[in-house]
Design a protein around this ligand. Structure first.
Ligand SMILES: Cc1ncc(COP(=O)(O)O)c(C=O)c1O
Length: 475
């Protein structure tokens, strides 16, 4: 079959788009409305939109913050509510499937999306809590003298003794465009081990304020011998830059450091191959591209070679399952990523994930990614063509782009407010970014065109100038 999304890619690659007047008579393809209709007609995923709940009249471009409800997610939530009413405590063992294994079961379902074996992924806690426990765990390993033990990497010989100094404090390498919660948590974990975060949180700078150049990560590893953990996002939350996970992992291991990723802005939108890339650990949420609802349960990955370690934030739900209810005072970690669970899983925060994952599995992560790239190709081509005062802050290459596009404008905050009032839900990220996320499962190419039409109309009329700025509220 021909690639149904090729026209979007071609539009960005150079064929261009006609103006709002419909382009030239010589080429229907140059008319964005014709092109959008053609792409929607050929889209093998177009039927999925009906299975998600987006109110009539709303163009929902904020699925990178909070995905919408789907019939499937509501059904799996309803089922657990019914089980609670009917089974009470027996639900832990007698529900179908039993609640007791919810973390492992949903971890198994998530594993293919990140290229992992089923027992390397579990759901539990939240991103920030999972980051605390995982960074803490690997700092403890380093302080115990254990660096990654990986064949083929000269210096990664399993001994943490940079420069021959066995008692040097490990540093964590991060970047200046990270989501702030990650830095807060890592600083706290360093502090709790008596390590000064002002010295040992090493921050890779951005050259352009939008992206992180992988060469700068490599240069930081060359410049500092004490880096024990490299912590990077798979995709930056503001610009949407997608990182080369394999390259960063190889550089970290060559330097004798562990490597972990915050996959919040790619899980469910971009296929990953964590095992193949040699990632040591990762965290992500399920409320963005995984569409499991506000505050839904977090997820984490720990490579099999690390199973058996004692988590920094140990709790009874991470205990070896077969003996959890023997109530021993000593903790025996589960021999899987399940060990990094902490306490009783919040069933209602986990249940919708089951249904929403069924939809994503049916659509297929590779097809979702293809459509997502075509939607963002189309969006970028339209912005280039129609909005000269708006800059695209997201890298243009497919390999460096996640699921959303950062539109930069000096009045971004007021523009995003004006859009919301017109039914276009986007979000603003300081200082100058409107994030637009045409998520593949429920967005049509015609929706993308309408969003650009609205932005153009607002900027041309100056309608956004009537809005006040918000000073720190939730956007
Ligand atoms: C990239 C990234 N990391 C971490 C977090 C924090 O996640 P949580 O509030 O679930 O701990 C977020 C929240 O949006 C995020 O986008």
């Amino acid at each position: 079959m021909d690639d149904p999304y090729a026209p979007a890619r071609n539009a960005l690659a150079g064929e261009g788009l006609g103006g709002a007047d419909g382009g030239t008579a010589a080429s229907d393809a140059a008319d964005p409305a014709v092109l959008a209709a053609r792409l929607d007609d050929a889209d093998p995923l177009s039927g999925f939109a009906d299975r998600y709940h987006v109110p009539d009249g709303v163009l929902y471009m904020d699925g990178n913050s909070l995905g919408p409800a789907s019939d499937a997610a509501l059904a799996s939530l309803d089922r657990v509510v019914d089980e609670w009413r009917d089974l009470l405590i027996a639900g832990w063992t007698d529900a179908d499937p039993p609640w007791f294994e919810v973390g492992e079961r949903l971890g198994d379902a998530l594993a293919p999306l990140v290229g992992a074996d089923p027992d390397e992924v579990v759901v539990g806690n939240s991103i920030t809590v999972n980051l605390h426990t995982l960074v803490g765990t690997f700092l403890d390993e380093l302080l115990a003298g254990n660096a990654p033990d990986r064949e083929g990497f000269e210096r990664a010989d399993g001994t943490w003794a940079p420069d021959g100094e066995p008692d040097i404090d490990p540093a964590v390498l991060v970047n200046e465009l990270d989501f702030p919660s990650d830095h807060y948590a890592i600083r706290a974990q360093l502090r709790q081990r008596g390590i000064d975060p002002d010295e040992k949180l090493r921050i890779v700078p951005s050259r352009d304020g939008r992206t992180i150049d992988p060469r700068d990560v490599e240069a930081a590893l060359d410049a500092h011998d004490d880096v024990g953990i490299v912590w990077m996002p798979t995709a930056l939350y503001r610009s949407g830059q997608l990182f080369d996970v394999e390259r960063i992992a190889a550089a970290a291991h060559e330097a004798g450091a562990y490597v972990g990723f915050d996959a919040a802005h790619s899980a469910g939108a971009v296929p990953h191959a964590f095992d193949e890339a040699g990632v040591d650990f990762a965290v992500w949420c399920t409320y963005k591209y995984l569409n499991a609802g506000p505050g839904s349960i977090g997820a984490l990955y720990v490579a099999e070679r690390h199973h058996g370690l004692t988590p920094a934030l140990a709790g009874w739900w991470g205990h070896e399952k077969a003996t959890q209810f023997e109530m021993n005072m000593t903790y025996t970690p589960a021999d899987s990523a399940g060990a990094w669970q902490i306490g009783t899983p919040p069933l209602f925060a986990a249940a919708p994930l089951e249904g929403s994952l069924e939809l994503l599995r049916e659509a297929g992560i590779d097809r979702l990614r293809e459509k997502s790239l075509a939607l963002t190709d189309f969006l970028i081509a339209l912005v280039d063509d129609r909005l000269p005062e708006v800059a695209v802050g997201t890298p243009r290459g497919h390999a460096a782009r996640g699921g959303h596009v950062a539109l930069e404008h000096p009045d971004a905050e007021r523009l995003s407010e004006a859009l919301k009032d017109r039914g276009v839900v986007v979000d603003f990220r300081p200082p100058n970014v409107v994030r637009v996320c045409p998520a593949a499962p429920y967005t049509a190419f015609a929706d993308v065109l309408e969003v650009v039409d609205e932005i153009e109309a607002i900027l041309e009329s100056g309608a956004h100038e009537a809005y006040a700025t918000n000073d720190g509220g939730v956007t």
